[in-house]
Structures are given as structure tokens and as C-alpha cells.
Design a protein around this ligand. Structure first.
Ligand SMILES: Cc1cc2nc3c(=O)[nH]c(=O)nc-3n(C[C@H](O)[C@H](O)[C@H](O)COP(=O)(O)OP(=O)(O)OC[C@H]3O[C@@H](n4cnc5c(N)ncnc54)[C@H](O)[C@@H]3O)c2cc1C
Length: 470
């Protein structure tokens, strides 16, 4: 009964591989199927990891070029070697994807390379990635769909991954585009826009809404736009892109202002289309076996992450919720534990979100706008990094910490930070919220000096109008 499993996971991204490892830890005989050829999904191959590698490397380059001389570190002839930078990124990806393969082996998860297709509620066939006539029949008591998402485009705009690219293409330009247009002011567009702007591109972001990063606390989003503008990124907000055309070796982007109806054109070398992602379920046979999707193509699940067929679960980008690797991982663990008869669950109120620009932006919990819609009364505590000693000595004073707490109970409802290293700092706030902390709990916790985290303590004090250093 070699091909009979307790759990088969289709998709080896952060949702799928984490689910497979947890299931195996719990003593379940587990298989993981991945069609890409390498494990780690979008995140490791063409998402979180390569983008963070380029963000880090481009920031180092930019700092060396722009800041070091002022700080008494004199270097001349700083040159960009884009091939080396890209191979650095590719190496990081390779090491990490191999690492996941090792982890599956270590945990005795059977790894199948190929496309997994559902043939019944217990039957999955793996079609070999290289030769689809080669198939392996597998059976499982439980199946987890973790097939992720793919980048979408605008009507009439064809992504060719040459001059009109998705985030995947923007992770691998062989030279720095002189002019880059980014369509969409969400986190992927702004991270990739920052990378190429630091490396020398003239970057213009065209966004349909009159603000960037939809869903983010508006005060933070406005501050973020101000800082990025100061860094040299141009914004065309409230504009609808009407055409993107390849003209000779350039691209022409046409757009119309939503308010004034005035039309504009930009000729550029590359266009990054970053207008969102869609759940990926192609070729899985979902409708044939009766798994329901909503109008957006998202697989419908209940609170136990079960689809319309009870022994088939779905997790990660393919279901509702923020398309984030750590959300997918949490769901993967919850499903494995539910299948093993435990009480796995995900607290959707406490899922942090980070944008890895410089400064970083990090949020967890409710925004002010959401609290207003919910008619919740709340207090706001804010503290600027300008008044934080560590930020000051490091010349990283842009941004602030903002804590929203319940007016009656003082319970922390949301934390929104723009500033240095806040992608790491937000973990403290997620932990505090998991434990139901009040702003006073945070204010009474000793924070090391001098650290950026003191700005969190001060913002918590500011909820009660008693910050010390501001
Ligand atoms: C540029 C970029 C940057 C990002 N940065 C971040 C970040 O900093 N932090 C963060 O949290 N998130 C980030 N994300 C989002 C993150 O990558 C996704 O939310 C995450 O990868 C979703 O995990 P998943 O397991 O649901 O799906 P995926 O990672 O998409 O994995 C699904 C896998 O399933 C495979 N598959 C699909 N169909 C089949 C099939 N039939 N058979 C076998 N295999 C199949 C696919 O090949 C894929 O490898 C980023 C995304 C992008 C594009």
C-alpha cells in the first residue's frame, strides 16, 4: 500500500510544505506534490525571498552611494554589478528551496514532482512535469489543496515577461531600466519599485485609487507615500491605465485621470503590472469532483478549512484572506492538526503584514478606518521615530508607531508602524495582541535602551497621554 496516504498535499509552497511537515510530525503518512520542479512555492521561488534579497542588496548599494560619504566612510568608484547581484539572489533561493526538500525528507514526507490532479475525493494522479504520459496514482484519506496564486493583469494588457512584466519578470531584469512604470501601488509594486529606483531607474507608480496600499491605516499610507516621494518615486494617483503598448523597443503607458478626465502617456523601458493576484486552481478538476469556488475563483472553505467535500481541505492564497506566506503557513499547521483530531485554528485578527521598503511598514490588527466602520470607540497613542534615540543616531528618523486601544478596556486593537526595522518589531505587538494585552501592559514592560522598540513603549504610554520623550 505504498501509494496510500493519510494526507496528500497538492502544492509545495509555504502553505503546502508546512502542512505536510506538521502532518508527518503528527504521525500521519504524508505526501506533497509540487509541479514547479523546486519546493517553496511562489514565496521562495518568485516572491518573498528573491524580492527581499534584492531589497537588501539594493539598499546596501544605495546607502553606500548616497549616505556613506556623509557618515565619514569614504569610498569611491562604487559600481553596480547587476549580474552578481542577481546570482546572489538566485543562490539564496536555491539554498532555501533545497533546504525545504531536505526538511521533507527528514520528516519522511514523500515528495512527488509533477502536477497533482484530483480524480475523486480520495484519488490524486501525479502527472510527471517533464513527461505527462508518466503518471502515478495516489490515494489518500485526506487531501489538502495548497496550489497558491498567480499574477493578474488589466484587460487588454498582455504580460510578456520581457518589457511588460509581472513581479516575476521584475525580479530578473538583466539591466537597470532607465524608466520604469509600475501599475498598482500595492506592496509588491512598491517593493519592486523601490529596488529599481535605488539601482537608478526613474520610477513612476500609476494607481487607480487616490491613495496607495489599499487596506492599510490611511495615516500610515499617506506618510508612506510622502517618504517614497521624497526618495524620488513619482506617483500618478487616481489614474486609470487605458493602454499598455510595445512600441519598437519601448513601452507606451496611457492613462486617464479619474477626476479631471485628462489623459497622459509615459514612454518607458519596462512596465511592471502589479494589480493583484488570483487563486490558482487550473487543471485540478475541482468542478468535476464538486468543490465550490466563489466568483473570484477562491475555493470556499468553512472555519475548519474544509471545502464542500469534507475530507478535502484548502489553505493559503487559494482561499480567502490576505495573500501572505505566514497566513498560508498558519493554515497549513491548523489543517494538519485538525486532520490529526486536534483543535488547530488560525486567529485571523492577528496576522501581521509587512512592506520591506526603507523604512519598513508593519501592521497588525484593525486600522482606524475599520474601527470607525465598526463604531468602536478607541484611543490613539503615537510616537515619532524622530524622538527615538536609536533611530536618531542611525539617521533613520522617518515614521512613527501608532497604537489603537479600546477606549473602555484599553485592549490593543491595532498597531501600525512605519519606520526602521518595524518588520521585526511588529512581532512583539502580534504577541501582545494574542495575549489580549492592554496598552498599559505594553507601557509597563521594560524595553531595552537604546532600541527602536522603545518607540512602541512610548506609543503605548501616549495612549494614556503620558509619553516621556515627546
Ligand atoms: C513578489 C512577491 C513578493 C512577496 N512577498 C511576500 C512577503 O514578503 N511576505 C509574505 O508573507 N508574502 C509575500 N508574498 C506572497 C506569498 O508569496 C504568498 O502569499 C505565498 O507564497 C502563498 O503560499 P501558498 O502556499 O498558498 O502558495 P504558493 O506559494 O503560490 O505555492 C503553491 C505551489 O503550488 C504549486 N502548484 C499549483 N498547482 C499545482 C498542482 N496541480 N500540482 C502540484 N503543484 C501545484 C505551484 O507550482 C506553487 O509552487 C509575495 C508574493 C510575491 C509575488
Amino acid at each position: 500500500m505504498e501509494n496510500n496516504f493519510d494526507v496528500i498535499v497538492i502544492g509545495g509552497g509555504p502553505g503546502g510544505y508546512v502542512c505536510a511537515i506538521r502532518a508527518a510530525q503528527l504521525g500521519l503518512k504524508t505526501a506533497c506534490i509540487e509541479s514547479r520542479g523546486t519546493l517553496g512555492g511562489t514565496c521562495l521561488n518568485v516572491g518573498c525571498i528573491p524580492s527581499k534579497s534584492l531589497l537588501n542588496l539594493s539598499e546596501n548599494y544605495h546607502k553606500a552611494k548616497k549616505d556613506f560619504n556623509n557618515q565619514g566612510i569614504e569610498i569611491s568608484n562604487i559600481k553596480l554589478n547587476i549580474d552578481k547581484m542577481m546570482s546572489n539572489k538566485d543562490k539564496s533561493v536555491q539554498v532555501l528551496t533545497k533546504g525545504v526538500e531536505f526538511l521533507l525528507k527528514k520528516n519522511k514526507v514523500s515528495y512527488y514532482k509533477g502536477k497533482g490532479v484530483l480524480f475523486s475525493e480520495n484519488d490524486v494522479v501525479v502527472f510527471d512535469s517533464k513527461d505527462s504520459s508518466k503518471r502515478t496514482n495516489l490515494k489518500a484519506k485526506n487531501i489538502v489543496i495548497a496550489t497558491g496564486s498567480f499574477p493578474t493583469s488589466l484587460p487588454g494588457v498582455e504580460i510578456d515577461e520581457k518589457n511588460i512584466v509581472s513581479s516575476t519578470g521584475a525580479l530578473s531584469f538583466s539591466e537597470v531600466p532607465k524608466n520604469l512604470v509600475v501599475i498598482g501601488g500595492g506592496y509588491i509594486g512598491l517593493e519592486m519599485g523601490s529596488v529599481w529606483s535605488r539601482l537608478g531607474s526613474n520610477v513612476t507608480v500609476v494607481e487607480y485609487l487616490d491613495f496607495i496600499t489599499p487596506g492599510m491605516d490611511r495615516e500610515v499610507s499617506n506618510e508612506f507615500k510622502k517618504i517614497l516621494t521624497k526618495q524620488g518615486i513619482n506617483f500618478k494617483l487616481n489614474n486609470k491605465v487605458t493602454a499598455v503598448k510595445n512600441v519598437n523597443s519601448k513601452v507606451l503607458v496611457e492613462f486617464t485621470n479619474n477626476k479631471t478626465n485628462s489623459k497622459e502617456k509615459i514612454e518607458c523601458d519596462k512596465v511592471l503590472v502589479s494589480v493583484g493576484r488570483k487563486p490558482y486552481t487550473e487543471g485540478l478538476n475541482l468542478s468535476k469532483i464538486g468543490i465550490k469556488k466563489d466568483a473570484k475563483g477562491t475555493i470556499e472553505v468553512n472555519e475548519k478549512l474544509q471545502t464542500s467535500i469534507k475530507n478535502i481541505y484548502a489553505i493559503g492564497d487559494v482561499i480567502k484572506g490576505p495573500m501572505l506566506a505566514h497566513k498560508a503557513e498558519e493554515e497549513g499547521i491548523a489543517v494538519a492538526e485538525i486532520i490529526a483530531g486536534q483543535a488547530g485554528h488560525v486567529n485571523y485578527n492577528v496576522i501581521p503584514g509587512v512592506i520591506y521598503t526603507s523604512p519598513e511598514v508593519a501592521t497588525v490588527g484593525k486600522t482606524e478606518e475599520e474601527l470607525k466602520i465598526e463604531n468602536k470607540t478607541y484611543k490613539v497613542g503615537k510616537f515619532p521615530f524622530m524622538a527615538n534615540s536609536r533611530a536618531k543616531v542611525n539617521n533613520e528618523t522617518d515614521g512613527f508607531v501608532k497604537i489603537l486601544a479600546d477606549s473602555q478596556t484599553d485592549k490593543v486593537l491595532g498597531v501600525h508602524i512605519i519606520g526602521p526595522h518595524c518588520g521585526d518589531m511588529i512581532a512583539e505587538m502580534a504577541l501582545a495582541m494574542e495575549f489580549g494585552a492592554s496598552a498599559e501592559d505594553i507601557a509597563r514592560t521594560c524595553h531595552a535602551h537604546p532600541t527602536h522598540t522603545e518607540a512602541i513603549k512610548e506609543a503605548a504610554l501616549a495612549v494614556d497621554k503620558r509619553p516621556i520623550h515627546f
